[in-house]
Design a protein around this ligand. Structure first.
Ligand code: P6P
Length: 338
């Protein structure tokens, strides 16, 4: 029987690869690992406990907070507070950033931005959901409070990023800038075990993921690309296949393994796009580029965008490089002044 390497063993072994590790990042990742196990346990029995459905509270996005959203937010926040490495967090579920103003954490070197439970409306119907996290070194003086600038850093400054996908199996997939590595949770031993080392996206693919219900209000370039995907052309392996789960982490993870493209452009309801730059697009874009994929707003690399506010939204395109290049060509050829 093959014994897989644990996440902890992997980090120790690759210590020299993790320029920021020095044990701090390793400890931070172990807080995320612990939180993921607890959230996984609650999700797996969600239908039995009174923990599914809406909480009756709206978040800053004006969206109904799900009970598990809030549960996951508290679990990750408390696990990170307990580690001295993190001086503050920003979260989809928090109106503003949170300064960990206690003796143990206030001088921590890192900040964490997260979507504690992305796609949470899918939980009630037993569809995969995910946690997305993004880690930066703080830029504010270590002897003072955490500042907004610590959270509004450009995506290329991330020191680590990853997601947990709570699916048919639970996986933690992360990068520290030295490739993308996937660990599958084995509940029988309570450990995340290395299952996908150095994940690399196929250069092309046949899967396109977007919510076609928004077609009428898509930018013309997206409409043209969508029709391109649906045309018959043997030489380019078309028509492609439409796969859309409605959970970014699940759609991204499948496309990462099989090749494909995910697009959430501007729509009528979301004129700037729906996905948030800081704690959805930036971490996924870091993973994407580390896995040989591309991630843009339709024109520019996501990781080069300068954030201006915590919950800002951007159009999001990510996937196999050859598919992204074709989509970009349509976006350029049919660019509209919006
Ligand atoms: P729509 C989930 O709410 C999310 O933020 C992503 O995980 C997902 O890809 C997208 O929104 C789904 O949005 O408008 O297609 O339901």
């Amino acid at each position: 029987m093959k014994i897989h390497k644990s996440l902890g063993e992997f980090i120790v072994e690759k210590q020299s690869d993790f320029p920021h590790a020095k044990g701090e990042l390793s400890a931070l990742l172990s807080a995320i690992k612990l939180s993921a196990k607890i959230v996984n346990r609650e999700i797996n029995k969600a239908g039995l406990a009174d923990i599914t459905g809406a909480s009756g509270v709206e978040n800053i996005q004006g969206e109904q907070q799900q009970k598990l959203d809030m549960f996951a937010n508290e679990i990750f926040k408390n696990a990170l507070i307990a580690r001295g490495e993190v001086c503050g967090i920003a979260s989809e579920e928090e109106d503003n950033y949170v300064f960990f103003d206690n003796k143990n954490s206030r001088n921590g070197n890192y900040v964490v931005l997260m979507d504690p439970l992305d796609g949470s409306s899918n939980i009630d119907v037993n569809v995969s959901v995910g946690t997305i996290f993004s880690i930066y070194r703080r830029v504010s003086p270590a002897d003072g409070p955490v500042e907004i600038e610590d959270f509004l850093q450009v995506g290329r400054k991330q020191v680590a990023a990853g997601y947990v996908i709570y699916g048919s199996s639970t996986m933690l997939v992360f990068t520290t800038g030295n490739g993308v590595h996937g660990f599958t949770y084995d509940p029988s031993i309570g450990m995340f075990c290395l299952s996908h080392e150095s994940l690399t996206i196929p250069k092309s693919g046949k899967i396109y993921s977007l919510n076609e219900g928004n077609y009428i209000k898509f930018p013309l370039g997206v409409k043209k690309y969508l029709k391109y995907c649906q045309e018959e052309d043997e030489s380019t392996n078309r028509p492609f296949t439409s796969r859309y789960i409605g959970s970014l982490v699940a759609d991204f993870h499948r496309n990462l393994l099989k090749g494909g493209i995910y697009i959430y452009p501007q729509t009528a309801q979301a004129p700037s796009g729906k996905l948030r730059l800081l704690y959805e697009c930036n971490p996924i874009a870091f993973l994407a580029e580390q896995a040989g994929a591309l991630a843009t707003d339709g024109y520019n690399p996501i990781l080069d965008l300068k954030p201006t506010e915590l919950h800002e939204r951007v159009p999001f395109f990510t996937g196999s490089p050859e598919m992204m290049e074709t989509a970009h060509q349509f976006m350029t050829d049919f660019k509209e002044d919006r």
